[in-house]
Design a protein around this ligand. Structure first.
Ligand code: ZN
Length: 310
């Protein structure tokens, strides 16, 4: 049997202009997991016999992206195992490859999420897990130390009470630059976060100059990065860069997650071999091949993968 990834690749190759959809639903929204009770379970009253998942769009798009990324480069599974655990990566790939969509979501929920990040309750014979919320809370923050970065700064004034400072961040949050109306705002914002710079020290009455070193990844340049774009307005997203330089490494745009505010619903777009696809777990036909790159007007995040060094 072909893996899900092989099937998606085959469908891109064989697509006809009339039919740009994948042959069957991929990672559908929600999910029901039926617990097959063994003989021992008969003696006690089971609390629930199935698990129902609700509002899973806060993890679905990223799980699709993670799956595509792990298949894009043969070294990525091993590298990501260092951050996410070997067992998790192997299990994740196996479940996605074999179309076990509800189980793969449960793997993420139980292995990577904290209990307080989702609501769960028993209703009749079902355990209901509700993932309503923000996808950065439900996914990006649970990537362990994958994207941890650190930046040091020194004040030129010897008497500055906070002469040496360290700024460590676990996720990559960029904000639209103020006062610059046009241009490649995303690249500017990334440079602002990563590049060295000199600023007036903010310590009151100090008056010294504060020199910020280049921001570096604490555990080496990761296979992929997620830029949190939720504070950006559509008008600031006219230009989405296909390449980014982060901490001396080149990164290529791999995909994005999109957020529809009215419906409070997330979907995702990603590319495979230069072909862009849109994934929306709620649709009946939930994976479609686009005939051009998507418009990134309702971005929740941008996802870049590290370019192979030559
Ligand atoms: Zn100072």
């Amino acid at each position: 049997m072909k893996t899900l990834f092989e099937e998606i690749k085959a469908s891109i190759k064989n697509n006809y202009n009339q039919d740009r959809s994948f042959w069957r639903p991929v990672l559908p929204w929600g999910g029901v997991f039926t617990i097959k009770a063994g003989r021992k379970a008969v003696s006690c009253t089971p609390l629930y016999v199935e698990i129902r998942l609700k509002n899973t769009c806060t993890i679905d798009g990223f799980l699709m992206l993670l799956y595509v990324i792990l298949n894009e480069n043969e070294n990525f599974p091993r590298e990501l195992s260092l951050h996410l655990g070997r067992e998790f990566v192997d299990c994740f790939l196996y479940l996605m490859d074999t179309y076990s969509f509800t189980t793969v979501k449960l793997l993420w929920i139980w292995d990577k999420m904290e209990k307080q990040q989702y609501k769960s309750e028993v209703h009749k014979a079902s355990l209901i897990i509700d993932l309503f919320g923000n996808e950065h809370d439900n996914f990006t923050k649970n990537l362990e130390n994958l994207m941890s970065t650190i930046q040091e700064s020194y004040c030129s004034n010897w008497r500055c009470p906070t002469r040496v400072q360290e700024d460590q961040q676990r996720t990559i949050n960029i904000n639209p630059p103020q006062e610059i109306p046009h241009g490649n705002l995303i690249r500017l914002a990334v440079d602002e976060l990563f590049c060295s710079r000199i600023e007036l020290c903010e310590e009151s009455g100090c008056g010294g100059l504060r020199e910020f070193s280049q921001r570096v990844f604490c555990h080496g340049a990761p296979p992929f990065v997620v830029l949190n774009m939720q504070h950006w307005k559509s008008e600031d997203l006219a230009y989405v860069p296909y390449y980014l330089d982060l901490s001396d490494h080149k990164y290529l745009l791999e995909g994005a997650t999109l957020f529809n505010k009215e419906e409070h619903h997330y979907s995702a777009a990603f590319q495979i071999d230069g072909h862009w696809m849109h994934y929306d777990g709620l649709r009946n036909v939930n994976l479609i091949l686009l005939n051009k790159p998507p418009e990134f007007l309702l971005l929740s995040s941008l996802v870049y993968i590290r370019a192979t060094e030559k």
